[in-house]
Write a protein that binds this ligand. Structure first.
Ligand code: UDP
Ligand code: MG
Length: 182
């Protein structure tokens, strides 16, 4: 019989531009490995204004919203990118939030990721180096926003086949060099 205490979940984490600028990727991923979850997807990407605003849509009325959008887009740091990772496993959301620590880095447990590496800027924005989904609904919305189904190695959510005709960049084929007879 399945263990009733098991709760299979997926969660999105983002190593934010301050985490990348401070060279914390290795440390953060090592800390997250304590949760014994599986990496289901990972990519490094530049964050567009549209993606940033959709990601933080629930906070659009907050006074710090514009600053937050600039922050996640990397406009405040030397790294205009984030590392997005989907973790899957038992109670993934809670475990990752626990390791991340609470939103305010000053209030976060001092050994949590945000407690160790986060800071509050002079304007009051929390630069807390990592995003972590806060509940099942948000995790699903965020994972679908940041990743295509084929970028994730597990079937986390139902998919359909759809005929899409979009142009995309492809690699220039490597020229086949003629063999020189010796
Ligand atoms: N944030 C902030 N000040 C606040 C609340 C949030 O600067 O008073 C920033 C912080 O970077 C946070 C992000 O906005 O991580 C998203 O806020 P949310 O309330 O969703 O917190 P989280 O889920 O990231 O802990
Ligand atoms: Mg949140």
């Amino acid at each position: 019989m399945a263990d009733p205490t098991t709760r299979l979940e997926a969660t999105l984490i983002l190593i934010k531009p301050d985490g990348l600028a401070k060279s914390l990727t290795g440390n953060i991923l090592t800390r997250l490995s304590e949760a014994k979850l599986e990496i289901a997807a990972a990519k490094c990407l530049r964050v567009s204004q549209e993606l940033a605003e959709k990601h933080y849509q629930a906070l659009r009325d907050k006074p710090f919203f514009d600053e937050l959008i600039d922050y996640i887009m990397g406009k405040r740091h030397s790294r205009k990118k984030v590392l997005a990772v989907v973790y899957a496993g038992d109670k993934a959301i809670e475990k990752v939030r626990q390791l991340a620590g609470v939103t305010n880095p000053e209030e976060a447990d001092s050994v949590s990721i945000r407690g160790q590496y986060g800071r509050i800027t002079t304007t009051g924005l929390y630069e807390n180096v990592i995003h972590a989904s806060s509940n099942v609904q948000e995790a699903e919305r965020e994972i679908k926003l940041w990743f295509e189904p084929d970028e994730i190695i597990f079937d986390l959510y139902p998919t359909v086949s759809s005929d899409v005709t979009t142009r995309k960049r492809v690699w220039v084929p490597t020229p086949v060099t003629a063999k020189v007879k010796s």
